[in-house]
Design a protein around this ligand. Structure first.
Ligand code: MGD
Ligand code: MGD
Ligand code: SF4
Ligand code: MO
Length: 685
């Protein structure tokens, strides 16, 4: 028997844990600890532990499929490529849009945006970061000049006070949870603000349950308390920041007195006082956030507020401090770095800057899309639904918007207006079912490449087995399709390493990287030259803004776009659970995970349930202005009264039928974390 171990990086969350794939006779059969993995030192959460189970699922896509008379028919790669090339050539550039993927490698993301911009010549390229940390990328870029996690995962262990707001770290980034435990062991205190008493709340020294959508009020209240007591870091504010007075004017308003904030948020005044004191007086404090902050119509405001608090207390640029947005998917940081966003090329070089356009046209030796900002994911859907005929064709790699986008009835209507849809996936997803052509891709274990984790660490992915049937690596599919469209020279890559070398050449923050240097521990960007050691902590001496100063922002609290009323009296918030991953294509095919949480639910506080006459486990109808779903009720004291929660993983009770696609005006992120809902008993007809 032939057994080998192939060390690689986890395909699920942005923590970037390493593990070994156990390969027996050419097939992946298990995972095994990889003791010297840099982020996790061999430890894994359940998703990483069972990351082999879906790989050889009988449901994997193994041949290209072309839809004929409403039915999929198996096709050869030649037939599929010819049809796609012929169709894509028949449209004007701006009638086409591409979605790239936070699930695939840097190399594949780089090729996808290059394909969009140089082959299709369309500016419309985006990916699911829009639904996730778009608010972070926009907000932190404004205040710090760089939209990424400021410190490293290991560094969290050195913090003396961790303020976690809107991140269920122990379920969604479990191995970052390990650094939080270390910080606690070193005497650090943990403050947790979240509407739900989650696994993370159980680790907190101070838990502040509050109503979804009141974050700015809470943050302003904490800042007012700090300033009132003179606890702010005056030296830091003076030397490293600007616009403090503008921010102070807003937070000192009576609206943000602890009493008022307590009324708005539901957090007791005493808890707010304690939190303010702990954060301000800690030797070093770190703020950790995720979707509870970003997925709002005020997502950018929320992000800027977190930055205000950490600058106010002088916690930037040092070990154990910082503003730390935990990036979601395994390679969402990389997909952003690679320029799979409608406004930037790789390394956040702006498409609207002439020098950057010229640089890429010359590097790619061809004409490229006009230097204007293209549509975001959310705008693509709105344009399709509301302005039919403007967008006609889409190429989607590794995303499943038919379950992950807000307001699914609206999304379905939008896709109905497309003339031609190509989906490249490893399974027949809800979105692939709508496609005209489905291309079978390889999963993480079937290709080489790199991915970039939440702490900006670029690490290797390594191929452990061949893709099933005729499925091909995503990078190869894009290159072959480009060749079929007459751009073979621009996409003549023999392997992912050659693609990476091109990335390094055109991307200043990746300039000093190559595959050899990424072994064994990866490198944190910025890594501008071949002798540069990488940068685990950002902004140590100055911020990345033009004048080097961090910018305070005056932010007023605004309620969510849709608030409860007589007809829809509760706040619905949505999110995830430890056992499942997004639209479930992989985890629901991993029996060790699926058996733990085989269907969805809606969490209802016992007092609310009693008022509605609803019992635990009973099937109920949840409705919003956008639709209704039948879903089992979970009556639990772990959710705040007045708020309800649904995980969005389950197609049989899809939370996104209910969610609101109201957008943040800058980040264009939808308000997944708050809308108005009603819940009714199902009565026999
Ligand atoms: N197991 C698992 N892990 C994952 C994922 C997964 O699907 N499954 N997905 C990955 C991805 S892509 C991402 S982006 C991350 C997301 O990671 P998280 O952001 O940690 O996950 P969520 O469950 O979306 O939301 C986090 C918390 O926000 C709270 N919340 C709800 N409304 C509000 C609000 O208005 N304000 C505040 N402050 N909090 C609120 C919720 O109660 C929840 O506990 O997880 C990653 N990790
Ligand atoms: N209600 C609600 N909705 C949400 C959220 C929420 O909190 N609440 N969170 C949002 C967030 S933060 C995110 S990140 C999005 C995620 O939204 P999506 O990215 O749409 O969700 P996934 O299920 O991760 O979809 C990834 C797809 O890629 C495929 N895939 C996996 N690996 C590969 C590969 O190597 N190659 C190819 N070609 N395909 C592959 C999978 O089979 C799957 O179909 O969901 C968003 N939607
Ligand atoms: S914490 Fe994230 S990266 Fe680590 S094993 Fe779990 S899912 Fe994978
Ligand atoms: Mo995400």
């Amino acid at each position: 028997m032939d057994i080998k171990y192939v060390s690689t990086t986890c395909p699920y969350c942005g923590t970037g844990c390493g593990f070994n794939l156990v390969v027996r006779n050419g097939r992946v059969v298990d995972t095994a600890h990889w003791q010297r993995a840099p982020v996790n030192g061999g430890k894994l959460c359940p998703k990483g532990r069972y990351a082999h189970e879906f790989i050889n699922s009988p449901d994997r896509l193994t041949r290209p499929l072309i839809k004929k008379d409403g039915q999929f028919v198996e096709a050869t790669w030649d037939e599929a490529y010819d049809l796609i090339a012929q169709k894509f050539k028949s449209y004007k550039p701006e009638e086409m849009a591409c979605l790239s993927s936070a699930r695939v490698s840097n190399e594949e993301n780089y090729l996808m945006q290059k394909f969009a911009r140089s082959v299709l010549k369309t500016p419309h390229i985006d990916h699911c970061a829009r639904l996730c940390h778009a608010s972070t990328v926009a907000g932190l870029a404004i205040v710090f000049g760089s939209g990424a996690m400021t410190n490293s995962i290991g560094d969290i262990a050195e913090s003396k006070c961790l303020f976690i707001i809107g991140s269920n770290t122990f379920e969604q980034h479990p191995l970052i949870g390990r650094s939080i435990i270390r910080a606690k062991e070193n005497g650090g205190k943990v403050i947790y603000a979240d509407p739900r008493d989650t696994a993370t709340a159980k680790q907190a020294d101070l838990y502040m349950p509050f109503t979804s959508g009141t974050d700015v009020a809470v943050l302003n209240g904490l800042m007012q308390e700090i300033i009132r007591n003179g606890w702010e870091d005056k030296e830091f504010i003076e030397k490293r920041t600007k616009d403090f007075d503008k921010m102070k004017e807003v937070v000192m308003k009576e609206d943000y007195s602890l009493e008022n904030v307590s009324k708005i948020s539901g957090i007791p005044v005493e808890s707010l006082k304690t939190a303010a004191e702990w954060i301000a007086k800690a030797e070093v404090a770190s703020l950790i956030y995720s979707m509870g902050i970003t997925q709002h119509t005020v997502g950018v405001d929320n992000v800027k507020s977190t930055a205000n608090l950490m600058m106010l207390t002088g916690n930037m640029g040092k070990a154990g401090g910082g503003v730390n947005p935990l990036r979601g998917q395994n390679n969402v940081q990389g997909a952003c770095d690679m320029g799979c966003l409608p406004n930037v090329y790789t390394g956040y070089q702006k498409v609207t800057e002439e020098a950057a356009q010229k640089k890429f046209a010359s590097a790619w030796c061809c004409g490229i899309a006009e230097g204007k900002v293209g549509y975001t994911v959310t705008e693509m859907i709105n344009v399709l639904a509301d302005e039919p005929g403007k967008l006609k064709a889409m190429y989607i790699m590794g995303e499943n918007p038919m379950l992950s986008d807000p307001d699914l009835h609206h999304v379905e209507e939008a896709f109905g207006n497309l003339e031609f849809l190509v989906v490249q996936d490893i399974f027949m997803s809800e979105t692939a079912e709508l496609a005209d052509v489905v291309l079978p891709a390889s999963c993480y274990a079937e290709k080489d490449g790199t991915q970039t984790n939440t702490e900006r660490r670029v690490q290797r992915l390594r191929k452990a087995q061949e893709p099933p049937g005729e499925a091909k690596e995503d990078w190869k599919i894009i290159c072959e399709l480009a060749g079929r469209m007459g751009m073979g020279d621009q996409f003549a890559f023999a392997d992912p390493e050659e693609v990476f070398n091109e990335i390094a050449a055109v991307t200043p923050s990746y300039h000093g990287m190559n595959y050899a240097r990424l072994d064994p521990d990866g490198l944190h960007w910025p890594c501008p030259s071949i002798d540069h050691p990488g940068t685990p902590i950002l902004h140590t001496e100055k911020f990345a803004t033009p004048d080097g100063l961090g910018i305070f922002s005056p932010i007023e609290w605004k309620p969510p776009a849709e608030v409860p009323d007589a007809e829809y009296p509760f706040v619905l918030t949505t999110g995830r659970i430890i056992w499942q991953w997004h639209t479930g294509t992989m985890t629901r095919r991993s029996w060790s995970l699926e058996k733990e949480a085989p269907t969805g639910w809606i969490e209802i506080n016992p007092e609310d349930a009693e008022q509605l006459g609803i019992k635990d486990g009973e099937l109920v109808t949840a409705s919003t202005r956008r639709g209704s779903v039948d879903v089992p009720a979970k009556v639990t004291g772990e959710i705040k009264k007045g708020v309800m929660f649904m995980p969005f993983h389950y197609k049989e009770c899809a939370a996104n039928v209910l969610t609101n696609n109201a957008l943040d005006p800058i980040a264009k992120i939808p308000e997944f974390k708050a809308c108005a809902v009603k819940v009714e008993k199902i009565t026999e007809a």
